[in-house]
Design a protein around this ligand. Structure first.
Ligand code: MF3
Ligand code: CO
Ligand code: CO
Length: 330
């Protein structure tokens, strides 16, 4: 006895939820392929990229192992000057990467450019071999919340694609991301992306010396509430400096326990992930790619910021940064 091979390509006319699935599995469509329709499919991932030996490497670059140590929360003026340089460099690479986003382009090819642009600027792409991560950026499409691995999937007209880049230069990291439109994007997704960027700036504008970190999450949450969007809780902003991630946690929602007082010289990221539906996530089998549990879309923006004597300095901002709603572009 032989059976017909199960088909792997969906037909143009899809079955009703309770009809048999088009693939020939014999299961109801709603229990079979309906779940994955419209979802991002994983592509092929090429091996880990290598960085030429003349580029100064962070300690985990050769082992993949991140061994945290205590570094001062308040940075010296010398460290701040270096972080300004690594922040500006990451911002420049991100803006250039955004220009590559178009239907048919693979995230793998965008990542390869990012890799080369960092190296040309004498910077190590911080994500490479960070806990074993293989690429120079994270590319998170549609329902991918964060940590998507660049792969062979061509971007499709109507996708939204977040690109997250971090560069290590003069011994310090600069971390920034933005969500870009691929061709013609539906109005619901356009609004999600716009409101997420606005919320990021509300969070940044809440940075003030003497105030608790919880002000940031409150400002973000207040901004998205009228739209009934979700604020992801499982991934948070982080202290940054000589190390990619330090002990400071920046929640993007209000929690009174986030009582750490912001002090001049502190550096951390603000990087809210905002969802159309649930804030719960699932991981792909690659153990990196985090997707919304309901498959609905999500957007993110990120900046590395410095607390100053009277407010905030955006180390990955400034004219030219990929931020249409940033204060200097409003
Ligand atoms: N850049 C990400 C962040 O904003 C971290 C990526 S770590 C990786 O914190 F290993 F997933 F690349
Ligand atoms: Co970050
Ligand atoms: Co980042």
């Amino acid at each position: 006895m032989t059976s017909l091979p199960a088909s792997s390509v969906a037909p143009a006319a899809l079955p009703k939820a309770n009809d048999p699935c088009w693939c020939g599995s014999g299961r109801k469509y709603k229990r079979c392929h309906k779940k994955s329709e419209g979802r991002v499919l994983p592509g092929e991932v090429t091996p880990m990229r290598s960085v030429p030996p003349q580029i100064n490497r962070p300690p985990y670059a050769d082992t993949g192992e991140f061994v945290p140590y205590d570094e001062p929360r308040i940075k010296s003026p010398e460290t701040i000057a270096k972080m300004r340089a690594s922040g500006a460099l990451a911002a420049e690479v991100l803006a250039k990467a955004g220009e590559l986003v178009a239907p048919g382009v693979t995230t793998e090819s965008i990542d390869l450019q990012i890799h080369e642009w960092f190296i040309e600027r004498n910077a190590y792409p911080s994500t490479i071999n960070y806990h074993g991560y293989p690429k120079a950026s994270c590319t998170s499409v549609n329902e991918v919340i964060c940590h998507g691995i660049p792969d062979s999937r061509p971007l499709q007209d109507g996708d939204i694609c977040n690109i997250d880049v971090t560069g290590y230069h003069q011994g310090v990291h600069g971390d920034t991301n933005a969500t870009f439109f691929v061709g013609d994007v539906d109005p619901e997704s356009q609004q999600l992306v716009r409101v997420t960027e606005e919320a990021t700036w509300k969070g940044i504008e809440a940075v003030k010396p003497g105030r608790p970190l919880s002000d940031i999450g409150r400002a973000i949450e207040d901004h998205v509430k009228p739209y009934r969007y979700g604020v992801v809780r499982a991934f948070v902003g982080h202290g940054i400096g000589e190390q990619f991630h330090t002990d400071i946690q920046v929640l993007h929602y209000y929690d009174s326990r986030a009582s750490t007082i912001m002090r001049p010289g502190m550096t951390f990221t603000i990087e809210p992930m905002i969802t159309l539906g649930t804030v719960n996530y699932k991981l792909w089998n690659d153990d990196w790619t985090a997707v919304t549990a309901d498959g609905k879309r999500t957007a993110q923006f990120e900046h590395t910021v410095l607390v100053t004597d009277d407010g905030v300095d955006v180390l990955t901002g400034g004219p030219g940064a990929a931020s249409p709603t940033a204060p200097w572009n409003r």
